[in-house]
Design a protein around this ligand. Structure first.
Ligand SMILES: [Zn+2]
Length: 220
């Protein structure tokens, strides 16, 4: 065995430990996913951010010529266990989120995409990415930084929806999908101007690969 090969083993091990969540991305929807925005209060200002983020993705998909769109958005006011949100966020970060270990009450939330506006300080997350018709998007509290900073929440929600569509992370600090293991954190989305951060060309290519112009929902 060459010493050159041996030098790469620690790096490979490091990457395997650092990228577990990303390995689960790149799975396309086969249905037009309905989106339920689930808040704890009807006057939660993040509901508008979530609707903006859905429109951002549908505008992006239309501009790319994709046949895919996120489905209708429904507003739901429903209590959700904060401990279940913390538990699932931890599973996603560890790269271990699956339907069979996801808290049942989260899987039972309405919508193909259940976008939960949480009230506590877990790490926002999306998953699981196995199984075709259910993905969770969990958003942490916006009463404290970084989500209380201007322009951050709409981009954070768009970022997590990007995962729900099948995109992983990049390491470009000026890009929407920048994330771990790169040192990108939500505070980088801060801006006095309301705007969405851009996708990279490789990501628009990946989106069209997952959802080409000919994309149609599977009929049963
Ligand atoms: Zn991410």
């Amino acid at each position: 065995m060459s010493s050159r090969f041996l030098r790469y083993i620690p790096l490979a091990s490091f990457l395997a430990l650092s990228l577990p969540a990303c390995a689960q991305y790149h799975s396309a929807w086969t249905v037009t996913p309905s989106v339920s925005v689930i808040s704890q209060r009807a006057d939660d200002p993040r509901i508008a951010d979530a609707e903006e983020a859905v429109h951002f993705w549908n505008r992006t998909l239309e501009a790319l010529g994709s046949g895919f769109r996120l489905g209708p958005v429904t507003r739901v006011v429903q209590p959700v266990s904060q401990s279940a949100l913390h538990e699932f966020s931890g599973l996603v970060l560890a790269g271990r989120a699956r339907p069979d270990n996801t808290p049942r009450e989260l899987l039972q939330l309405p919508g193909n995409i259940s976008l939960v506006l949480g009230d506590s300080a877990f790490i926002s997350a999306a998953g699981p990415f196995v199984g075709q018709n259910k993905r969770l998007v969990l958003i942490r509290t916006a009463t404290v930084p970084p989500l209380s900073l201007p322009n951050v929440t709409r981009n954070l929600i768009a970022h997590e929806l990007g995962h729900a569509l099948g995109l992983g992370h990049n390491s470009d600090h000026k890009a929407l999908m920048c994330g771990r293991p790169a040192e990108c954190r939500p505070a980088l989305f801060q801006s006095e101007e309301p705007r969405f951060f851009p996708l990279l060309p490789a990501e628009t290519d990946a989106l069209l690969g997952l959802y080409p112009a000919s994309w149609k929902p599977l009929t049963r």
